[in-house]
Each structure stands twice: as C-alpha cells, then as structure tokens.
Design a binder for this molecule. Structure first.
Ligand SMILES: Nc1ncnc2c1ncn2[C@@H]1O[C@H](COP(=O)(O)OP(=O)(O)O)[C@@H](O)[C@H]1O
Ligand SMILES: Nc1ncnc2c1ncn2[C@H]1C[C@H](O)[C@@H](COP(=O)(O)OP(=O)(O)O)O1
Ligand SMILES: [Mg+2]
Length: 194
C-alpha cells in the first residue's frame, strides 16, 4: 500500500440504509475537499459497465444482501490508490458493513481515525428510502428489499459500531435533524480530529 495513504485521514461513515451517509459525505467533500468513496456507488458503477461481474453483483444487491468482502475491498483499495497522491482524507461510505470487513480493511490498507455513526430511526430510514425510490432508479429502493437491508444492518453492521466504540473513535451523529444541522455536528467531529 502506498505510503501516501498512511498520511491521509481515513474516516469510516457507517449508518443504516437511508440514514443520510451519502448526503453528509457530499457536504464534507464541499467543505474539506476529502475524497468520497461509497462502496455502493463503486458497485453500481460496475453494474452499469455491463460486465459479467456486474450482473452477479446486481443480483445480490437487488436482494438486499452483502456482496463478497474481497470484491468490495479490492474496489475501495484501487480507488484509494488512484487518489493517493492528491487526497488528504478519505470518506469510506458504506464500509465496513460487518466487523470482518473492518478487520480486513485495516490489514490491507490502514486504520481509521474516526467513525461517523449516522444514526436515524428505522421508521425514518424506511420513509426516506421510499421517497428516494421515487426517483433513484435503484433496484434496492423498494419496500421488500428495504426491509431486508434494515434487518441486515441491525444484525451485521451495528456490531461494527460496538467494535470501534471500544477503540474510542466513534462519533454518533443524530441524523433525525435537518441536513444542515446534521452537518454542523459532522463538521465539529472532523474539526476535532488531531
Ligand atoms: N437529515 C435529513 N433529513 C431529511 N432527509 C434526509 C436527511 N438526510 C438524508 N435525507 C434524505 O434521505 C434519503 C437517503 O439519504 P442518503 O444520503 O442517500 O442515505 P444513505 O447514503 O445513508 O443511504 C435521501 O433522499 C436524502 O435526501
Ligand atoms: N461494504 C459492503 N459490503 C458488501 N456489500 C455492500 C457494501 N457496500 C454496499 N454493498 C452492497 C449491498 C448494499 O445493499 C448495496 C447498496 O449499498 P449502499 O449504496 O451503500 O446503500 P445505502 O447508501 O442506501 O446505505 O450495495
Ligand atoms: Mg448511500
């Protein structure tokens, strides 16, 4: 792994589907110029390429399940290397989704300095995703898949937050508030780094 990545800040952005991870990451990019890497966006780009691998991924995502760890970690790693020379910080959005993903990331890439835990109620997330589904064109923004994604979030991803809480790097952000107020808390957490 390129040494330059070691100098850049690595921030994990974790939260349920529709909690507002992507929305907040966009605002962080605008204010801090960090590099935003969304595992979901990287996977959807592979699907859009029409490759055989993309077809397999699409089928998994449509069911609301997790794609294989190696696939998503390789994509993130390649994207980080591509930006290593210019990036002072990386927002890793949607990863890790299970504790094992965090462990493998640290072995292959490096340790995060902060985990932004974007927290909204289940009911709020469902409402936002149903609304997003009206225009997103995403195969997983439908009632049935949303339910599966939420279940999987509580089962597999919440333990990630517990894991990093014991390391003292988790900042819980109340994402029930209006977007700009949520961002106020996100910015405060980033400003307090170092
Ligand atoms: N704080 C908020 N208040 C109201 N709506 C929000 C808020 N944050 C995000 N949204 C909306 O909720 C939906 C899901 O947000 P998104 O950022 O795509 O979440 P995620 O990346 O976590 O799935 C979007 O349609 C977004 O506009
Ligand atoms: N780290 C990861 N490991 C496995 N599958 C992942 C993944 N990140 C994304 N995926 C797959 C499964 C998810 O249901 C789907 C959409 O992810 P996403 O775009 O991050 O969703 P959202 O932003 O709504 O939380 O892509
Ligand atoms: Mg997203």
């Amino acid at each position: 792994m390129a040494d330059k990545i070691k100098d850049a800040k690595i921030i994990f952005v974790v939260g349920g589907p529709g909690s507002g991870k992507g929305t907040q990451c966009e605002k962080v990019v605008a204010k801090y110029g960090y590099t935003h890497l969304s595992s979901g966006d990287l996977l959807r780009a592979e699907v859009a390429s029409g490759s055989e691998r993309g077809k397999t991924l699409q089928a998994i995502m449509q069911k609301g399940e997790l794609v294989p760890l190696d696939t998503v970690l390789d994509m993130i790693k390649d994207a980080m290397i591509a930006k290593a020379d210019v990036s002072k910080g990386f927002l890793i959005d949607g990863y890790p989704r299970e504790v094992k993903q965090g462990e493998e990331f640290e072995k292959k890439i490096g340790a995060p300095c902060l985990l932004l835990y974007i927290d909204a109620k289940g009911e709020t997330m469902v409402k936002r995703l149903m609304k997003r589904g009206e225009t997103s064109g995403r195969a997983d923004d439908n009632e049935e898949t949303i339910k599966k994604r939420l279940d999987l979030y509580y089962k597999a991803t919440e333990p990630v937050i517990t894991f990093y809480t014991s390391r003292g790097i988790v900042r819980k952000i109340d994402s029930e508030l209006p977007v700009d107020e949520v961002f106020g808390h996100v910015a405060k957490a980033i400003d307090e780094l170092k």
